[in-house]
Design a protein around this ligand. Structure first.
Ligand code: NAD
Ligand code: MG
Length: 394
């Protein structure tokens, strides 16, 4: 028996994670209903989802898109309420009508709504890793104080969550081993990366994802953000977290125990597995993901990450070691750099160069106030924008 119906607020419904979430939800109408959906500005896509999933509320983050949302809902004779703006995202995240929040907005733009869900004590399926990097301590504190349950759906963290002791403790855990695919440019040397294009960077060999995380996977910054995410979510010090490149992306991550046992979670590279796990936890439900065919895979490979060709991973370790507000600088500089790269204003090797310049210029600071962290985030975006203007396109 499925138990009481869970009502879901899906933040970032028009994205890659949003679509995978809705695919799983649609398979289980006896378990889940959609209470709220949000998009940034793609009103037509959001309206199509409203027609299909009949949420109580639909939100566009971009206020200029609100009239189109309101009129589109009316034209479709849907009773869905139309809201707009950042405060509306916080409102659906904290709404007592929704018990589950899927945090699938990309970037620091997802920070406030994720925090609002934490304070309101929701079951949070956490995809928005940038908010953990920016303000992990505050997010975990808010979740504790609000009685929220944080369920990691980043595939690596979901794997680790599944492999840690079932009592929630860390007894006997030696290390966490995060796997990385290596991205589309694995095996290239640094000088072979100068000319790569956004299209090449977004063509991930195993995963189909939004453009920002696809570029992060190509630079290995994604793994850097994930190491910081793991440190916060699982409370282990940096020296007990390691990264290993595993090009097949089938072993999603591993936990190494002191008796020599290493537990891993495997599966086809499809985010619906992690999302189904988060949606139904502690139960298991069908996700639509095909069973793993090990004989067809034939082999697993492993190698060390190449920190010379992909300096972003090293920069993330550096920011994590510095602590305080340094990860907020890392994240903001990366968001600016990736956006500039996607727009053709910065070369691929300019991404780590810009982030490093921002980290070099940062005097350091604490991470215990949200206001201070948001100020660091904003100041870094301004500084990165100014640096960008003076940088060679490569
Ligand atoms: P995406 O670009 O496909 O979708 C992003 C969603 O966020 C869209 O619905 C968009 O409308 C919304 N959005 C964008 N900017 C916004 C803003 N300023 N305000 C409000 N909403 C905004 O991204 P994605 O690939 O689905 O990734 C979402 C998050 O999940 C990211 O943090 C990413 O790192 C994480 N994640 C994604 C995957 C994956 O497979 N795609 C895997 C692990 C983690
Ligand atoms: Mg991941």
């Amino acid at each position: 028996m499925a138990g009481p119906l869970k009502t879901i607020a899906l933040l970032g419904a028009t994205g890659s994670i949003g679509g995978s979430t809705l695919d799983v939800v649609a398979r289980h109408p006896d378990r889940f209903r959609i209470g709220a959906l949000s998009a940034n500005g793609r009103v037509d896509e959001l309206l199509a989802l409203c027609e299909r999933f009949r949420p109580d509320t639909a939100v566009v983050a971009d206020e200029a898109a609100w009239p189109a949302l309101r009129d589109g809902l009316a034209a479709r004779r849907l009773p869905t309420r139309a809201l707009a703006g950042a405060a509306a995202l916080d409102e659906i995240a904290a709404d007592p009508a929704n018990d589950t929040v899927v945090a699938a907005i990309v970037g620091a733009a997802g920070m406030a709504s994720t925090l609002a869900a934490a304070r309101a004590g929701k079951r949070i399926l956490l995809a928005n890793k940038e908010s953990v990097v920016l303000a992990g301590d505050l997010l975990l504190q808010a979740a504790r104080a609000g009685g929220a349950t944080l369920l990691p759906v980043d595939s690596e963290h979901n794997a680790i969550f599944q492999c840690l002791p079932a009592d929630g403790g860390r007894q006997g855990v030696r290390r966490l081993l995060l796997t990385a695919s290596g991205g589309p440019f694995r095996g290239r040397r640094r000088e072979q990366l100068a000319e790569v294009t956004p299209e090449q960077a977004c063509a991930h060999p195993n995963w189909s994802m939004g453009r920002k995380i696809s570029v992060d996977s190509a630079t290995l910054m994604n793994k850097g953000l994930e190491v910081i995410e793991a440190r916060h979510l699982f409370g282990l010090p940096p020296e007990r977290i390691e990264v290993v490149v595993h090009p097949q992306s089938v072993i999603h991550s591993l936990v190494d125990y002191i008796d020599g046992s290493v537990l891993a979670q495997l599966g086809n590279p499809d985010m619906r597995t992690a999302l189904a796990y988060g949606l139904a936890w502690p139960e298991r439900i069908d996700s639509g993901v095909a069973p793993l065919d090990l004989a067809a895979l034939a082999r697993f490979d492993f190698e060390q990450p190449d920190l010379d060709a992909f300096p972003c991973l090293g920069l993330a370790w550096r920011a994590m070691a510095a602590g305080g507000s340094a990860p907020a600088v890392l994240n903001a500089a990366n968001e600016v750099a990736v956006s500039a790269f996607l727009q053709g204003r910065l070369g691929f090797l300019g991404i780590p160069a810009l982030i490093q310049a921002c980290l070099d210029a940062h005097p350091g600071g604490p991470a215990d106030s949200l206001g201070d962290l948001l100020e660091v985030d904003a100041a870094t975006r301004r500084a990165a924008g100014a640096l960008l203007a003076g940088m060679d396109r490569r």
